[in-house]
Design a binder for this molecule. Structure first.
Ligand code: FES
Ligand SMILES: [Fe+2]
Length: 337
């Protein structure tokens, strides 16, 4: 079996924050390989299902996110509160129509982050480990809502896109005007099994001081006073500067020339409603910086053919590329000899 499919099947993958599915019928849709998963609020229960109607396979949702019934436009089958509503059901006499149901995936939560898995054997807590669970829970609880949704096909094999997000040495070359001005320090990588967090203090004191001052606009929370980048093996990153917003990036596999990339910017809770407008404008500016950073990453990743990647260590690697070694090691046990 292909590495991408094995990883999809065997792990839990973060899809969204609960605030994105706060109301009945809210949904967010994702592509992975040749299928789609929809995270959905079904009368207060969060479910995840294959986007194909079990009748004859029409796609339910075409939009990336929104609020809508699960109703197939082809012959009108709909699904609500776990029940199928099938027009002219009495005509389905030569089949077991009573078994007609959405094709559901497993769902689990870490705080307010919603994860899905097709067939993970370990539970989500085992996959993440207790310390990372704690940190993700507290981050998810500091988040108020989604403030940006950014999606496009990333023209690169997904491990290449992920590895790019795992090493900082390219920042001065690739992100000259966007990320480089923060002058991220080497900092420290902490490993939690196959996952990791990079804690990097800002070397630009002027920017750092400005950011510290913004703290009063947000509810008190546990915030890392620098740049933090959490890697959730295999396909997700959550990054933040000073904890005022969190950017979640999903690098879901497409074929060997395409990654289904989605980034969301989540806003932390304000300390007072009167800061609402001010925080919104701060989010707009963070969203536009993040979009620039991802475009820059995409531009360089497009230049790297899939055939250059393997689970062997690169022949040459610097000390700041240690997470690439760790990532390839994590992938290695899922490929055939
Ligand atoms: S394909 Fe969906 S109702 Fe027929
Ligand atoms: Fe980058």
């Amino acid at each position: 079996m292909d590495l991408s499919l094995r990883l999809i099947n065997s792990y839990w993958h973060p899809l969204c924050h609960a605030s994105e599915l706060a109301e009945d019928k809210d949904f967010v849709r994702f592509n992975l390989l040749d299928f789609e998963v929809v995270a959905y609020n079904d009368k207060g229960t969060i479910i995840a299902f294959d986007n194909l109607c079990p009748h004859r396979g029409a796609r339910f949702f075409l939009d990336d996110f929104g609020r809508s019934r699960i109703k197939c436009e082809y012959h009108g089958w709909s699904f609500i509160a776990g029940q199928a509503k099938i027009p002219k059901k009495e005509e389905f006499i030569n089949c077991d129509i009573g078994s007609a149901a959405l094709n559901q995936f497993k769902v689990a939560r870490c705080g307010d982050f919603i994860f899905f898995s097709p067939t993970a054997e370990q539970n989500l807590q085992q996959q993440l480990g207790a310390e990372l669970v704690c940190r993700l829970e507290s981050i998810s609880q500091a988040i108020k809502c989604r403030s940006d949704f950014n999606r496009y096909p990333f023209e690169s094999y997904w491990p290449i896109a992920v590895e790019n997000a795992l090493e900082p040495d390219h920042i001065p070359m690739i992100h000259g005007d966007s990320l480089a001005p923060l002058r991220l320090q080497a900092g420290e990588n902490i490993y939690y099994g196959e996952n990791s967090i990079w804690f990097s203090p800002l070397g630009n004191n002027a920017i750092d001081e400005k950011l510290v001052k913004l703290g009063k606009f947000f509810e008190p929370a546990e915030r890392y006073p620098g740049y933090m980048s959490i890697y959730i093996f295999p396909f997700a990153m959550i990054s933040s500067t000073h904890g005022y917003s969190y950017s979640m990036q999903n690098f879901f596999p497409g074929d060997r020339t395409k990654t289904f990339f989605t980034s969301r910017l989540y806003q932390a809770r304000e300390s007072n409603p009167r800061y609402d407008e001010m925080v919104k404008s701060l989010m707009l500016s963070s969203a536009s910086t993040n979009r620039a950073v991802f475009d820059e990453d995409h531009t360089i990743c497009k230049r790297i053919p899939a055939k250059t990647w393997s689970t062997d260590n690169p022949k040459y690697y610097g000390q700041h590329e240690e997470k690439i070694i760790h990532f390839r090691q994590s992938c290695r046990r899922w490929v055939d000899d």
